[in-house]
Design a protein around this ligand. Structure first.
Ligand code: F6R
Length: 594
């Protein structure tokens, strides 16, 4: 979604800000812009990629500046709606992430006071409010303006008469990079990897005045000190490392991610699982809250927790939980969000907290917003994920569920040992799937010729059918739907025909016979079927058109192996279609609006 960058220091701001914005491109955006203090205030913005904007920027010696990538919410993508926005005199420039919920009332008031508006955005009220309150002190004007504002924001502000950069946050992330004689501002850590690994995360209500030499943070008018952190994300791990796309690189990183997560928590001496989080197993039940791919991870997590930890688990779409849902009994609510910034998930977790639940987050991003809502956080170790489609962050979420379930296990010692053994074998099994990339690429190319496809599975494969369909939909633009295989004949069957393929996930577990029946029914309607089946399954080839063999894996752990194959399938379908794989149209890496 929208991204913010800022610079104040001893160097020329323009190339630094352009580079920082390029580091945020993966998050998805429709327009971008920059403002510098050079010879007065200069603003450049348009509905273009950053590389194109860069070409039209005149040389500018300014040492203070702000930049933005916009993902349209209030007002369509257009030059006038792009950030930065300026006041009537063109002296103040503002970039903003979040939503100002009372902007209409503020705008009406400002118009009645003589302010002129040009855009359809909520953000434009900010420079006008700051202009209204400006009496020569930018910090004070921003503080006063923000008192009028309701909603969420991360903002950065510059004024032509001031050499400082003012920033503030409320429910939208913002961090500061520290350098020698220079300071950087960003909404997301990857923006800073080329310049600083010393960062300070701002808290809600913080207002910061940044100079090259100094930094003053205040909250509710009182000066505060925020801890300095070491940034683990580096320029090396946010690069493509020779792969054609970030998505492919991230798919290939999965064996390492799993190995690291399992290695850190599963003891090699005695069979035990130790986690940084403490989970009280005397709760009456667990409530899982998530959106999109993370929701599908939660659906797998539900089965894993119920079966291994023997706790009742409920899964809710975070975007639905906020409406008239409640909880019964002592519940642990867990939000699952790779970014930690998904507005619906954060809102749902807050609601669960307000209903008296204990709270926890499973996330990939340290100090993200969800970690401030939750009492404790389980950090997945996926590392930066730049491709918009979740891949390694999804498998890391699955591993988190296995580890949590095993830490609460209610199974006999033999089963426990078998399960920890299965976990340890996952990296090599995933590697074997990656090694069959060429074969999967062939299936992906074939699928790319169709306009629609169903993915079907039963039991633990059902959420994987949903995830497989989402993946090919979002990156290959192929209409796809995931179904519990038994549901097809309750309506969707009407669509089956020669030009409508089906991807069937057929594990040799207690769902196998029913899956074979479903496959025969599908074949009778002439749909081509590709089965993802276990190696050594001789039976399946008799009924389907194509078989993609996967390493045999214990049923509960099979989603990891299946998901990697489905990611590659979607990737190669998208590549055949020439899609912009890392930055699919209309999508953003973290969805910070409800
Ligand atoms: C799909 C995808 C999305 C996210 C969803 C939730 O590949 O990435 O469906 O899973 O937007 O995002 P997080 O996990 O950041 O809360």
């Amino acid at each position: 979604m929208c991204g913010i960058v800022g610079y104040v220091g001893c160097k020329e701001a323009q190339p630094i800000l352009v580079n920082c914005l390029k580091r945020l491109e993966y998050r998805g955006y429709d327009s971008c812009g920059l403002a510098f203090l050079g010879d007065g205030l200069q603003v450049y913005k348009d509905v273009v990629r950053i590389g194109e904007l860069e070409k039209i920027l005149p040389p500018n010696g300014g040492r203070v500046g702000i930049g933005h990538t916009r993902w349209a919410t209030h007002g369509r993508p257009s030059k006038v709606n792009a950030h930065p926005h300026v006041d009537c005199r063109g002296e103040i420039a503002v970039v903003h992430n979040g939503i100002i919920s009372n902007f209409l009332a503020l705008r009406e008031r400002l118009v009645s006071e003589g302010h002129h508006f040009f855009s359809e955005t909520d953000t434009e009220v900010l420079p006008h409010l700051i202009e209204k309150y400006y009496r020569g002190n930018l910090e004070e004007a921003v503080r006063r303006a923000l008192q009028d504002v309701e909603g969420s924001y991360a903002v950065a502000v510059i004024h032509r008469n001031s050499g400082e950069l003012i920033a503030a946050r409320h429910e939208s992330p913002l961090l500061i990079g520290l350098g020698d004689g220079e300071k950087f501002l960003a909404s997301d850590a990857p923006a800073l990897v080329d310049y600083s690994d010393r960062v300070v995360y701002l808290e809600d209500g913080d207002l910061v005045v940044m100079h090259g030499e100094g930094l003053k943070i205040s909250n509710q008018g009182r000066e505060v000190v925020r801890k300095e952190h070491h940034l683990e994300w580096t320029a090396k791990n946010v690069g493509k490392a020779g792969y054609e796309h970030f998505m492919l690189k991230e798919i290939h990183e999965q064996p390492g991610v799993i190995e690291e997560m399992v290695g850190e928590s599963v003891s090699t001496i005695e069979p035990s699982v130790n986690l940084e989080v403490f989970i009280d197993r005397t709760v009456d039940g667990i409530l899982l809250l998530a959106c999109g791919t993370s929701y599908y991870a939660a659906m797998v997590g539900q089965q894993v927790l119920e079966e291994i930890a023997r706790l009742p688990v409920r899964v809710e779409l975070a975007s639905e939980f906020s409406y008239s849902r409640t909880v019964v009994g002592r519940t642990l609510a867990i939000a699952i969000s790779q970014s930690g910034e998904t507005a619906d998930t954060n809102r749902a977790l807050k609601k669960a907290r307000d209903l008296g639940c204990r709270t926890m987050a499973i996330t990939n991003v340290r100090d993200s917003t969800v970690t401030r809502i939750a009492e404790q956080s389980f950090y997945t170790k996926a590392g930066p994920e730049i491709g918009v489609a979740a891949t390694k962050s999804f498998t890391a979420q699955l591993i988190a569920f296995y580890l949590i379930a095993l830490s609460l296990a209610e199974v006999d010692a033999g089963t426990f040992r078998h399960m920890t053994q299965e976990l340890r074998l996952l990296p090599s099994k995933v590697q074997r799937v990656l090694d069959s990339e060429k074969v999967i690429a062939g299936h992906g190319r074939r699928l790319s010729g169709y306009e629609s496809v169903f993915y079907v599975g039963r039991g633990i494969s059902y959420p994987m059918a949903l995830e497989g369909a989402l993946k090919i939909k979002e990156i290959a633009y192929i209409h796809a739907e995931g179904y519990a295989a038994g549901e097809l004949k309750h309506g969707p069957f009407a669509l089956l025909r020669e030009k409508f393929p089906v991807v069937a996930l057929t594990l040799r577990d207690d769902t196998y016979e029913a899956m074979l029946s479903n496959i025969k029914e599908i074949k009778a309607r002439e749909s081509p079927v590709l089965a993802l089946a276990e190696e050594g399954d001789q039976e399946i080839a008799k009924y389907v058109d194509y078989v993609l063999p996967l390493p045999q894996t214990d049923r509960l752990f099979a989603p990891v192996v299946i998901s990697v194959a489905l990611q590659l399938l979607a990737y190669f379908a998208a590549r055949s279609r020439g899609c912009p794989i890392d930055t699919p149209r209309n999508l953003a890496k973290s969805v910070t609006v409800e």
